[in-house]
Design a binder for this molecule. Structure first.
Ligand code: SF4
Ligand code: SF4
Length: 226
């Protein structure tokens, strides 16, 4: 899932200082699961903002809505009849959801309430760990399911580097070397020949903005997948 964390409160408050009526929009998918931008977080943030603005003698009227997904047009329709009643929107979705709102309501200022951080996994309640940077050229098939882009301190597609030391990365003895882990797991699977295969360097220049069109959905208009 996409993992995000709430922005510092003062930053959010500053975004909204000139607005009297703001709609806080949560997203019910990734950011809800990682406890950053779901229904509960919308309610908590609105309560904090309400209190802070009263103390500043600059009251604010806050609306709240949490939709299934802000990154999906189908669900944005639920906002259409509400947004016009507000001076601005505060979105607690990931960066993609925030941009989708801003694009749909170009006359309305849309502010981010979270910092989108990474694609990760849930290790425990409230504890998330990065696992993927959506590099668009997945090498997990060669690396025994361990992502070197996120797990190796240098993001090396081909490793290990000379800093690997008895299973630890050169940056810290407490940081496991990703390529050591890859070696160990490939060895267990009798697939060590994979570590000798060279993965070409990424052409990062072609990265932005990338698109994905699944097979079966390509048309002459949308076939320019990047
Ligand atoms: S190699 Fe790593 S960053 Fe790239 S797609 Fe696979 S998991 Fe994601
Ligand atoms: S020691 Fe291992 S994890 Fe650390 S930078 Fe080198 S290859 Fe990557």
């Amino acid at each position: 899932m996409i993992v995000a964390k709430r922005k510092p409160f003062d930053e959010i408050k500053d975004f909204l200082k000139d607005y009297k009526k703001v709609l806080t929009a949560g997203c019910g998918t990734c950011v809800a699961v990682c406890l950053a931008g779901g229904e509960k977080e919308v309610a908590v943030l609105n309560a904090e903002l309400d209190m802070a603005r009263r103390l500043d003698d600059n009251p604010i009227e806050l609306g709240a809505i949490t939709i299934e997904r802000q990154c999906d047009r189908e669900y944005l329709e639920a906002l259409d009849s509400m947004v016009g009643d507000y001076d601005a929107v505060l979105s607690l979705a990931c960066g993609a959801g925030i941009q989708f709102l801003a694009e749909r309501y170009p006359e309305k200022p849309v502010f981010p309430g979270v910092d989108t951080t990474f694609i990760g996994v849930n290790q425990d309640v409230g504890w998330y760990e990065e696992r993927c940077r959506s590099c668009s050229s997945c090498v997990l098939g060669l690396t025994a399911g361990i992502c070197p882009v996120t797990m190796c301190a240098k993001g090396l597609y081909n490793g290990p580097c000379g800093g690997t030391n008895k299973g630890s990365c050169e940056i810290s003895k407490d940081q496991p070397c990703a390529w050591y882990m890859i070696y160990e797991r490939l060895s267990k699977q009798n697939r060590l020949d994979n570590i000798l295969k060279i993965t070409p360097v990424q052409d990062w220049q072609n990265q932005k903005p990338r698109t994905v069109i699944q097979p079966g959905y390509k048309t002459s208009e949308n076939s320019a997948e990047k």
